[in-house]
Write a new protein. Sequence first.
Length: 498
Amino acid sequence: MEELSHWIDGKRVAGASGRFADVYNPATGEVQAKVPLASKAELDAAVASAAEAQVKWGATNPQRRARVLMEFVRLLNRDMDKLAETLSREHGKTVPDAKGDVQRGLEVVEFCIGAPHLLKGEYTDSAGPGIDMYSMRQPLGVAAGITPFNFPAMIPMWKMAPAIACGNAFILKPSERDPSVPLMLAELFSEAGLPDGVLQVVNGDKEAVDAILDNPTIAAIGFVGSTPIAEYIYGRGCSNGKRVQCFGGAKNHMIVMPDADMDQAADALVGAGYGAAGERCMAISVAVPVGDETADRLIEKLVPRIEKLKVGPYTSDGMDYGPLVTGAAKERVLGLVEKGIAEGAELVVDGRDFQLQGYEDGFFVGPHLFDRVTRDMAIYREEIFGPVLSTVRAQSYEDALAHAMDHEYGNGTAIFTRDGDTARDFASRINIGMVGINVPIPVPLAYHTFGGWKKSGFGDLNQHGPDAFRFYTRTKTVTARWPSGLKEGGEFHFKQMD
Ligand code: NAD
């Protein structure tokens, strides 16, 4: 069985703690590799050598740093097939979806190639007599990223690319469920010319995460994962004086107005609800048709589409989605389905008996559709993170809006309507970070920023786009006066510069 490693100082390094986690092939249910779980001592050593490497990297001019990112993009495109295949084998998602995972990360790397422009400071000439004032953006030193299993290429790249472009060294602690692609990314960065030590991949679990939270050299932490862990990391990281941004779970509502194109809405819901087996933080998990007539029309359109979904391993072409990531994830999702039934929701499409010949031990879950879900039910309150779509019947637009507004999560949402007034009102009033108008998964592109509100996001700045350059730098402002601008005598008071 393959034994995975860490990536330290430009090479693969075996784990020294003696602790390992199993990495599954979710399609077959087999353990295909073991990943080492770093001790605090291993993490601290990786940080110490990253800090050393950062000194030279931080002093390298931003254009030279950007050239490394440019070459990294070329290598990502060269190795796209290999990356996607490895990703699918550990995560379970289809190969086209895995390519999308790499692609949406790559686009952020492309954006970060603009670092020389994005890092330019501000300058005020003659702020006072002979006085000039300027601000510059400097790297923080060593930053760390802790990432989830569901986008093992994209989210690590959303973190490492801006951090490195800004002149920091970066410690990545990827998900222990699918660590191979993050290791491959580090290898490609090294091939692209990144100096040893600037990017370290330390595999691990809570022990490594706690070591990151408590390491005094780490200046900033970017986290993506579930909300309970996001809250924990935000609290402990901030109290240790670090700059922290954490992105958590989601329960994304899609409101369907009576005037919506119902075929378009149903197609959108099926893709957004069941794509990647529902294991996306921007998946739509709640459909909110407005009015019973709309609800009946929508369900009628949805059912045949859902029943036609093709569920299978990434090795078969033409699948709509694959297995869940682990057996535990499968158990949890099926447990929530049972809870939904017990609490009185109507199971319109039942995927509980789904079986795939030859893959009986895989973590596949058939698609489920619930109707008449209400606010008090666990399937409404909790993030399911599986191929389960809930329908909540709203009596009016205001009722639909209130559902999305009152939910504790605030990552993404969408409205399907032909009415511009309603769409505009929705976008303006909703208390959710990313909004789609007739777009079910409104993931912002690399040059905008990505982030949720409420229990989906903690911290002041979003991911990627200009916010990433603010997060991974700090501002220093210099006030300069040269001897010709000096008046005789000292100055003892704050005063206006005139
Ligand atoms: P997770 O919270 O279980 O794990 C995320 C990371 O935290 C992993 O690296 C893991 O090793 C670490 N971790 C897990 N338990 C820990 C603990 N007790 N102490 C310290 N560290 C711990 O999340 P996941 O299951 O890998 O990913 C799915 C979740 O991520 C979903 O809730 C999903 O909505 C969310 N997500 C959010 C976004 C977003 O941008 N808001 C994007 C993708 C995924």
